[in-house]
Design a protein around this ligand. Structure first.
Ligand code: ADP
Ligand code: F6P
Length: 320
């Protein structure tokens, strides 16, 4: 394989730039031509393809977002739209592709690879950490650290006013950002979509803790676990203590990637190029027990994410 391309797709994640850099520099080191596709599959079907060199990826390792830009392209489910992508790659003589994104991006990669016989390597890049086959995705660690910063700030003001704080974090239907940030930030309550929770119990425990002299409490809510304003209203009414709502939003998706995300990006990016160079079958790259692994896109689609209940229980024990 002599000519490959790289794209980022779905929601951006810190570390995507570091990952593109790793792909580009590894490809050049292997004497391969390397191209960047702008705006994910949306740009690919329009032939938005540019040649990349060593200097194209200078000074981006520390930057959040993705300099290739990203997009959502709902039409990509249609095989005729996928054909446009295959045609664009073939017009440039590109015979291998690296896609960096989440589960949707991998579904697109599976179709494009199966329907048009294109070699594609998938790198997990999403803050959500919602891919079952890998322990971690690029961007998750940075997002959690950014949320911890928000928790620290909230603690200062909540403690000063004797208030309860409810902080909503992202993650779609996955509670990992809430769980890890909750444990690391010392939150009293972590509400995730994977585990049922009882608002009456939470309200009564907040009330009791006030009577014991603990005057501020932190609730972390994963976005998939319920409606923040309704939960806050209910707990306020039941406990008699005002719950202040913060929706952290897109701030947690930006920022300079952590060491963990940069190293993960480097390992994944160089592995993707190695696999393409050796003409390996299309697959997703991941990390299990600190070893880089490969899994077929079919297996990725079948794998069911398990929630770390042990860590969830630890969060509760430590918050007492
Ligand atoms: P993520 O990759 O972060 O999960 P999305 O779910 O938005 O983000 O998916 C990114 C893109 O992947 C979509 O906009 C679409 O172009 C493509 N995609 C998603 N699902 C499919 C599918 N079932 N078939 C083909 N392409 C898909
Ligand atoms: O997948 C990353 C993510 O930030 C999710 O946590 C969130 O639900 C979603 O993307 C938001 O998507 P959009 O950028 O389209 O608002």
């Amino acid at each position: 394989m002599e000519r490959i391309a790289v794209l980022t797709s779905g929601g951006d994640a810190p570390g995507m730039n570091a990952c593109i850099r790793a792909v580009v520099r590894s490809a050049l080191n292997n004497k391969m031509d390397i191209y960047g596709v702008e705006r994910g599959y949306a740009g690919l079907i329009k032939g938005e393809i540019v040649r990349l060199g060593h200097r194209s990826v200078s000074d981006i390792i520390h930057k959040g977002g993705t300099f290739l830009k990203t997009a959502r392209c709902p039409d990509f489910k249609d095989i005729e739209v996928q054909r446009l992508a295959a045609d664009a790659l073939s017009a440039y003589g590109i015979d291998g592709l690296v896609v960096i994104g989440g589960d949707g991006t991998f579904r697109g990669a599976k179709d494009l690879s199966n329907n048009f016989n294109i070699k594609i390597m998938g790198i997990p890049g999403t803050i959500d950490n919602d891919l079952a086959y890998t322990d971690f995705t690029v961007g998750f660690d940075t997002a959690v650290n950014t949320v911890i910063g928000a928790i620290n700030n909230l603690r200062d003001t909540m403690h000063s006013h004797d208030r309860v704080s409810l902080l909503e974090v992202m993650g779609r239907s996955c509670g990992d950002i809430a769980l890890y940030a909750g444990v690391a930030g010392g939150a009293e309550y972590v509400l995730v979509p994977e585990i049922e929770y009882d608002l009456d119990k939470i309200a009564s425990s907040i009330k009791k803790s006030y009577l014991r002299g603990k005057t501020s409490n932190m609730i972390i809510l994963a976005e998939g676990a319920g409606k923040r304003d309704e939960i806050a209203k209910y707990v306020t009414e039941k406990s008699g203590i005002n719950v202040k709502v913060t929706n952290f939003g897109y701030i947690q998706r930006g920022g300079s990637p952590t060491m963990f995300d940069r190293v993960l990006a480097a390992r994944f990016g160089s592995k993707a190029v190695d696999l393409l160079k050796n003409d390996a079958d299309s697959c997703a790259i991941g990390i299990k027990d600190n070893k880089v692994i490969t899994v077929s896109f079919e297996e990725v689609a079948k794998a069911k994410k398990t929630f770390d209940k042990e860590l969830y229980n630890v969060a509760h024990v430590l918050s007492l």
